[in-house]
Ligand binder design. Structure first.
Ligand code: F6P
Length: 327
C-alpha cells in the first residue's frame, strides 16, 4: 500500500453519538497497523484550537468499543466559526506535521472540516456520527441505530403504563430537523401517529384519528413527535389535544438525552469500525475532503463541500406503512 503520510489526528465533534468510540478505536488501530503516528484531539475543534492533542497508542483505545459517549470528549465550538479560530486549529496540526484529520461528527462538523481543507490545505475525512441520520449520501450514521433502540425500549415501557390507565401518551424524540428517529421508533412501537418535520402536520386529522380510535374502544394510544416538527414538540401537541378532546387522559414524555447515551448497538459498532478503517485507508491513498458514507452496503465517498441536509427525503413507503398499520 502506498504510504506518503506519516501522522494523522482524530477528533469527535458536535453532539456525541453511541459508536463514536468504536470509530475512534478503528481509526487509531488502523493507523498504527499501517505504521502511522495517530494523535487524538480532545473536545473537537476546541481542543484543536487550544492544542489539546496527544499521541495515541493501540492500548489507548482498549476497552472502549462498547462504551457510549466519546473518550475524546466533544464540543460545539463557536471560535471555530471564525477564520482566526480555524487558523489556530490548522497551526496545531501543522506544528506537529499532521498530514490528515479524521472528523467524526455531523453536518456542522463537516462544514468546519471543509473550511479547514479549503483555507489551509488540511486533508480531512469525515465520518458521519450523529443520532439524527440527517446527512445525505449515507444509509447509516453512527449512533442512529442505538438511539432508535433506546427510544423503542422507552416507548415500550410507556405503552405498559398507558395500557394500565387507558391513556394517550405523546412522546417526543430527538432528531433536530429530521424525523428519522421518530418514524423508525414510532413504527417499531406501533404508534398511532408519528409527527415529523418532513411532512406538514395536520392536527385535524390527528384529532379525527383519536376520535375514531375512541369510538372503536382503542384507548391505549401513543403519538410520537419529532422535536423538530413544525407544529411544535410534545407539549404543544398535548395542549392542542387536551383542548379539543378533554375526555382523553393525556400525558407527555420527552425522552431527551437518554437517546444519546448507552452502549452502542452491534450495528453502530460495525459501521463505525468499517468507516474508521476506510477513513485511514483513504488518507493513505491521498483521498480526502470527503466523508465516508455507506449506501446500499457499499462505501460512498461524498465531497465534504457538497453536504446538504437530507430533510424531506423520508421514504414515502414508511409513511404509508405507518398509516396502514396504525389503523
Ligand atoms: O444532533 C444531535 C442532537 O441530539 C439533536 O437530536 C438534538 O436536537 C441536539 O443534538 C441537542 O443538542 P444539545 O446536546 O446541545 O442539547
Amino acid at each position: 500500500m502506498e504510504n506518503k503520510i506519516k501522522r494523522i489526528a482524530v477528533l469527535t465533534s458536535g453532539g456525541d453519538a453511541p459508536g463514536m468510540n468504536a470509530a475512534v478505536r478503528a481509526v487509531v488501530r488502523t493507523g498504527i497497523y499501517y505504521g502511522l503516528e495517530v494523535y487524538g484531539v480532545m473536545r473537537g475543534y476546541q481542543g484543536l484550537i487550544e492544542e489539546d492533542i496527544f499521541k495515541m497508542e493501540s492500548r489507548s483505545v482498549a476497552n472502549i468499543i462498547q462504551r457510549g459517549g466519546t473518550v475524546l470528549k466533544t464540543a460545539r465550538c463557536k471560535e471555530f466559526y471564525t477564520y482566526e479560530g480555524r487558523k489556530k486549529a490548522s497551526e496545531t496540526l501543522q506544528k506537529r506535521g499532521i498530514d490528515g484529520l479524521v472528523v467524526i461528527g455531523g453536518d456542522g462538523s463537516f462544514r468546519g472540516a471543509t473550511l479547514l481543507g479549503q483555507e489551509f490545505g488540511i486533508g480531512c475525512i469525515g465520518l458521519a456520527g450523529t443520532i439524527d441520520k440527517d446527512i445525505a449520501g449515507t444509509d447509516y450514521t453512527i449512533g442512529f441505530d442505538t438511539a432508535v433502540n433506546t427510544a423503542v425500549e422507552a416507548i415500550d415501557k410507556i405503552r405498559d403504563t398507558a395500557d394500565a390507565h387507558d391513556r394517550l401518551f405523546i412522546v417526543e424524540v430527538m432528531g433536530r430537523d429530521a424525523g428519522y428517529i421518530a418514524i423508525y421508533s414510532g413504527i417499531a412501537t406501533g404508534a398511532g401517529n408519528i409527527l415529523i418535520p418532513e411532512r406538514k402536520t395536520d392536527m385535524e386529522s390527528v384529532i379525527a384519528f383519536l376520535v375514531e380510535r375512541e369510538r372503536r374502544k382503542k384507548l391505549v394510544n401513543i403519538i410520537v413527535v419529532a422535536e423538530g416538527d413544525e407544529f411544535g414538540g410534545a407539549n404543544e401537541v398535548a395542549k392542542y389535544v387536551k383542548e379539543r378532546l378533554p375526555n382523553i387522559d393525556t400525558r407527555v414524555c420527552i425522552l431527551g438525552h437518554i437517546q444519546r447515551g448507552g452502549s452502542p448497538s452491534a450495528l453502530d459498532r460495525l459501521i463505525a469500525s468499517r468507516m474508521g478503517y476506510h477513513a485511514v485507508e483513504s488518507l493513505i491513498h491521498g483521498r480526502h475532503n470527503v466523508f465516508i458514507g455507506i449506501l446500499n452496503n457499499r462505501l460512498n465517498y461524498v465531497p465534504l463541500d457538497s453536504i446538504g441536509k437530507q430533510k424531506g427525503h423520508i421514504n414515502e413507503e414508511w409513511i404509508k406503512i405507518m398509516k396502514v398499520l396504525a389503523y
